[in-house]
Design a protein around this ligand. Structure first.
Ligand SMILES: Cc1cc2nc3c(=O)[nH]c(=O)nc-3n(C[C@H](O)[C@H](O)[C@H](O)COP(=O)(O)O)c2cc1C
Length: 360
């Protein structure tokens, strides 16, 4: 039986000191020009002190047109490098493996943030307010791939151990993968193989210019009705991905305990076949040490957590006690402020139902 404090390695040999992964959390704490704020850095550093083997940053946009949230830090320009370097240096000093989650919001990059009509794989209805997304031209798709590659290179220069390509939650990479959101007729659309071209070209582009020690992790949502991705599609995507030089896969399940019709969880279903070929991190609704052990027992190499790490920054150290069962929401704002969330982040968490005592 694998335990949470055991180290493991990604495919490129990167050694991760334990099985705890801080999953990406958008926190709205950074500056309008996309530079990292002291608050965002302090939030992540506190979790590295708390023992997480991998610290993943919030989603960070690779082009200005891809910004999904106010206060989101960017990786699209060299002016972001000093902040990125500061963060990577501190994380590495604390012994955590450091990953920047890079993404483009596509049709989920609101026009009131970017000043542009949201773009996507195809023209797709977004909302009454936004109307439809604009289909990217083939050249613009190539430019976006280039922006992902440049962003990854920037993260490497800053000293991070790797990047996580955010292919989950319906953002641009997922919009290319999904049959509902990608109805293109060029090389980036068509059957599932073609719909994967955008992601595969990003991976190959990054691999061609970074050191082999720099890790590439890919995050996927295994099922998305809205975007048009089935579990069988995801299996096929993973089969393509294991042929590429990527180093780990991260599945975003939202609820790792949910069983499908065959009574198996998605983690078990995917890990039983693919974790021999590639390490898999699985995330969603883990709270206690027992929950975390459940995910490892289902075959995942590591366990991602997001919400529990907000009030409990030392979760990754404390989870080594099998009886660890930290307190649950709602949390008083003061508890969250003490755990190194800024007032802006606490305010954002008020929008997550039942999380903050004076929130929604
Ligand atoms: C405040 C907040 C912000 C999030 N932002 C991101 C993000 O930037 N990128 C991402 O892939 N997932 C994001 N997620 C999803 C988490 O990474 C995670 O998959 C989800 O919260 C389920 O895990 P949990 O039950 O441990 O919270 C966010 C979740 C929360 C609570």
């Amino acid at each position: 039986m694998v335990s949470m404090n055991e180290s493991w390695r990604m495919r490129n040999g990167l050694k991760i000191p334990n099985r705890s992964v801080l999953a990406a959390m958008t926190n709205k704490q950074s500056h309008v020009d996309g530079t990292l704020s002291e608050e965002e850095i302090a939030f992540l550093i506190r979790r590295a002190i708390g023992g997480f083997g991998i610290i993943t940053t919030a989603a960070s946009h690779v082009q200005e047109s891809g910004q999904g949230w106010e206060g989101e830090f960017g990786v699209w320009g060299d002016h972001h490098l000093p902040g990125l370097t500061n963060l990577a240096t501190k994380l590495n000093e604390l012994g955590a493996c450091s990953f920047v989650q890079i993404f483009h919001g596509g049709m989920r990059a609101p026009s009131d943030i970017t000043g542009q009509q949201p773009c996507s794989a195809s023209a797709t209805f977004i909302s009454e307010k936004e109307g439809f997304s604009r289909e990217l031209s083939t050249q613009e798709v190539e430019d976006t791939i280039h922006a992902f590659v440049e962003a990854a290179k920037r993260c490497e220069s800053a000293g991070f151990d790797g990047v996580e390509l955010h292919g989950a939650h319906g953002y641009l990479i997922a919009q290319f993968l999904g049959s509902n959101t990608n109805r293109r007729n060029d090389q980036f659309g068509g059957e599932l193989n073609e719909r994967c071209t955008f992601l595969l070209k990003i991976i190959r582009g990054i691999r061609a210019i970074v050191d082999p020690n720099f890790a590439i992790m890919v995050r996927l949502s295994p099922v998305s009705e809205e975007i048009g991705i089935t579990l069988d599609d995801t299996k096929h995507i993973i089969e393509l991905l294991v042929e590429e030089e990527i180093d780990a896969l991260h599945i975003s399940c939202w609820d790792v305990f949910e069983e499908q019709q065959n009574s198996r969880t998605i983690t078990e279903e995917l890990c039983s076949v693919y974790s021999k070929s590639i390490p898999i991190v699985s995330t969603g609704s883990v709270w206690s040490a027992k929950d975390a052990q459940f995910v490892l027992d289902q075959g995942a190499q590591a366990v991602g957590v997001a919400r529990v790490a907000l009030p409990h920054p030392d979760w990754a150290s404390l989870v080594n006690d099998p009886s660890y069962n930290p307190s649950r929401p709602p949390f008083a704002p003061e508890e969250l402020l003490t755990a190194q969330l800024s007032p802006t982040f606490v305010d954002y968490m008020r929008r997550w139902k039942g999380f903050v005592t004076d929130g929604r």
